[in-house]
Write a protein that binds this ligand. Structure first.
Ligand SMILES: *[C@@H]1O[C@H](CO)[C@@H](O)[C@H](O)[C@H]1NC(C)=O
Ligand SMILES: *[C@@H]1O[C@H](CO)[C@@H](O)[C@H](O)[C@H]1NC(C)=O
Ligand SMILES: *[C@@H]1O[C@H](CO)[C@@H](O)[C@H](O)[C@H]1NC(C)=O
Ligand SMILES: *[C@@H]1O[C@H](CO)[C@@H](O)[C@H](O)[C@H]1NC(C)=O
Ligand SMILES: *[C@@H]1O[C@H](CO)[C@@H](O)[C@H](O)[C@H]1NC(C)=O
Ligand SMILES: *[C@@H]1O[C@H](CO)[C@@H](O)[C@H](O)[C@H]1NC(C)=O
Ligand SMILES: *[C@@H]1O[C@H](CO)[C@@H](O)[C@H](O)[C@H]1NC(C)=O
Ligand SMILES: *[C@@H]1O[C@H](CO)[C@@H](O)[C@H](O)[C@H]1NC(C)=O
Length: 550
């Protein structure tokens, strides 16, 4: 009697276990297992088991990201192809094993004009436990190569926004099938071109992500890239009177730091308030008493233009300039033509003429670019209301010494959102952090800059901020805490490690405050310790500014 009852209990338990295991079981990491779970518009290219410690990447064929993700946790690496009516794009997905999966989905982005799957960044995010995704964006190219866009509007649209959204939809479906349930939260983090892709998602598809982190977004492509042509043109020809001699690079930089570093309240090798620096460029001018290491009138005019608003001949504002402290040389030092970052955009995306001659450039090209808005890629819908209504949280950051995408363009973006969303307390869902001294997405010789943002890496560290893996220091953990716990970040503490690779030695740390508040040294204590700083109320910076000798 007793044994029969025990048998039934045992049998029911077995049935329950089998049923439970069956319903919760994940798919095996094999192409065939995924096929029944894919939408009709998607094919699976590969599903590969990666064992703990292994690597995965697209190799040299992945022109945007030719290096592999390494030191991976055990995962299933999936490659798929999604078909639109007249184009298609690849999707890459890292699905971590049960043991490390954090039940969350993370999407990352591409760079510049690039197309390819960002396996290295996915490799970083999978270390947190995220199922991690990147879209190939519909073409193969490096960040600086736009030749694929010539007469190719479908590929342009994929790159502009379509491939990202389509990839998110398909990837979420695969995640749900693989783990037996949908992700609990969906996130995005990327910098530069990836920052633009993130803003585009926020604007067009407010339900794709719960939390979004964007760095240095080139949201106004039609003005950014044409500005790049313009500044290159101002500094050409190399033999012209307007050319800033290469030998003046260091003296100019020194003079900018000499004047602007103390003006922010602390002489520490970091310009923390470049847009309020009252810079007198006459100090750089040649005179009867100063005949060497100086700028002659034509070159001084070019210098002033590089650090003043760009305007059309009627005086209409077109684009903000470099911040003081951001080097002008990487975009203007070419001796033959403006940077391809500008000219290729115009040739391949605007005028559709590979032989377009930049010497005929004038501001009418900006009007033409705006009319066309290639690929619909400008991220200029400033009404973020739908994203806020969906409960989304947005963290936006930009280095104050960015020499590729002017910091002022991010300030302008925020200003436009303030204008459109009158009466909304933006900090309830959208916070911006300007990182003093940081270049494009990463790096500073002296300032703390590392916040585990998109594209930021520290050698010898797989992810997060070594030793400080918390929501106060790591922007990914910060957006998660905001989305999941309602803990909004008033500041994010940036870190600089010795040589930017020795994780044993912290050189300095400093809070980066939610704009428009600013980090101020308390006046006592080690300046290199974040506890010696506090966030103080600040005033929003107004763009346009139009300064320097005008
Ligand atoms: C993942 O967990 C589920 C139960 O939640 C289990 O059925 C499945 O076998 C696990 N898969 C792996 C690969 O460990
Ligand atoms: C692919 O199919 C899925 C599921 O039906 C759909 O959500 C998605 O919009 C489709 N994508 C494209 C690019 O047609
Ligand atoms: C700018 O500097 C020059 C010389 O370096 C000086 O003569 C001039 O008065 C300064 N202008 C202002 C507005 O301070
Ligand atoms: C571009 O135009 C300039 C000025 O007319 C001319 O000197 C130059 O040869 C042209 N370049 C090319 C590649 O055609
Ligand atoms: C700008 O250049 C175009 C040719 O590319 C020319 O037709 C137009 O007149 C120019 N506009 C100005 C204001 O110089
Ligand atoms: C702070 O760090 C800088 C290096 O960035 C170093 O030169 C300086 O001596 C440090 N100051 C203190 C008080 O530790
Ligand atoms: C939310 O708060 C709980 C309790 O403090 C903490 O354990 C958890 O890690 C937090 N979640 C996030 C995403 O920060
Ligand atoms: C970090 O990695 C670099 C090479 O990438 C190596 O030279 C250095 O010794 C490493 N430092 C530490 C602290 O592991």
């Amino acid at each position: 009697m007793f044994t029969i009852r025990a048998f039934f209990v045992f049998a029911i338990l077995c049935l329950f276990l089998v049923r439970h295991v069956y319903s919760a079981a994940t798919l095996s990491c094999a192409k065939a297992a995924f096929v029944p779970h894919l939408p009709a518009n998607t094919t699976i290219l590969s599903a590969t088991v990666v064992t703990s410690g292994g690597s995965y990447g697209g190799g040299s064929q992945d022109k945007d990201f030719p290096s592999s993700a390494t030191g991976l946790p055990a995962l299933c690496a999936v490659q798929m192809q999604v078909y639109e009516a007249h184009s298609s794009y690849m999707v890459g997905l890292f699905l971590p094993s049960n043991a490390t999966y954090n039940e969350r989905f993370m999407t990352t982005g591409n760079t510049g004009f690039g197309g390819g799957i960002n396996w290295p960044a996915m490799g970083t995010f999978v270390q947190y436990g995220f199922a991690s995704m990147s879209t190939g964006s519909g073409h193969d190219s490096g960040a600086g190569d736009a030749s694929w866009a010539l007469n190719n509007p479908e590929a342009l649209t994929d790159w502009g926004y379509r491939a990202m959204h389509g990839s998110v939809l398909v990837a979420k479906q695969v995640v749900a099938a693989y783990y037996g349930s949908s992700q609990k939260f969906s996130y995005y983090s990327a910098c530069s071109g990836g920052g633009r892709q993130g803003l585009k998602e926020v604007q067009l598809y407010p339900n794709d992500f719960d939390g979004v982190v964007v760095g240095a977004p080139p949201w106004w492509l039609t003005h950014l890239h044409t500005w790049v042509v313009q500044i290159g043109k101002w500094n050409l020809p190399v033999s012209g009177a307007n050319r800033i001699p290469a030998t003046m690079f260091s003296p100019i930089k020194e003079e900018i730091y000499r004047q602007c570093d103390p003006q922010d309240g602390l002489t520490d090798g970091v310009i923390s308030a470049p847009y309020s620096c009252n810079f007198n460029s006459t100090a750089l001018a040649c005179s009867s008493t100063k005949t060497t290491s100086c700028l002659k009138p034509g070159a001084l005019e070019t210098f002033n233009s590089l650090y003043s608003d760009w305007r059309d001949p009627s005086g209409h504002f077109l684009f903000p300039p470099f911040a003081l402290g951001a080097d002008y040389d990487s975009l203007t030092s070419s001796t033959s033509a403006p940077s391809g970052f500008g000219t290729d955009f115009v040739a391949d995306m605007v005028v559709n003429d590979a032989n377009w001659n930049w010497t005929i450039f004038n501001t009418s090209i900006v009007t033409q670019a705006d009319k066309l808005n290639p690929g619909g890629a400008n991220a200029d819908d400033f009404d973020l209301g739908p994203f806020q209504a969906a409960g989304g949280k947005l963290i936006h950051y930009h280095g104050m010494a960015d020499s590729l995408i002017p910091t002022g363009s991010s300030i302008l973006f925020r200003e436009k959102v303030v204008e459109i969303m009158k009466g909304v307390t933006l900090n309830d869902f959208y916070r911006m952090f300007l990182i003093p001294g940081m270049g494009h997405c990463r790096n500073s010789a002296v300032a703390p800059w590392y916040i585990a943002g998109g594209g930021q890496t520290i050698a010898n560290s797989s992810h997060s901020v070594p030793g400080f893996s918390d929501a106060q220091h790591d922007v990914v953990l910060a957006v998660m805490a905001w989305v999941e716990n309602g803990t909004a970040p008033d500041s994010i503490i940036a870190t600089k490690f010795e040589g930017d690779d020795d994780i044993r030695t912290v050189v300095n740390q400093r809070p980066i405050c939610a704009y428009p508040s600013e980090a101020k040294y308390k006046g006592t204590g080690n300046v290199n310790a974040s506890s010696s700083w506090s966030c103080q109320a600040g005033s929003p910076i107004s763009i346009p500014q139009n300064k320097l000798g005008h």
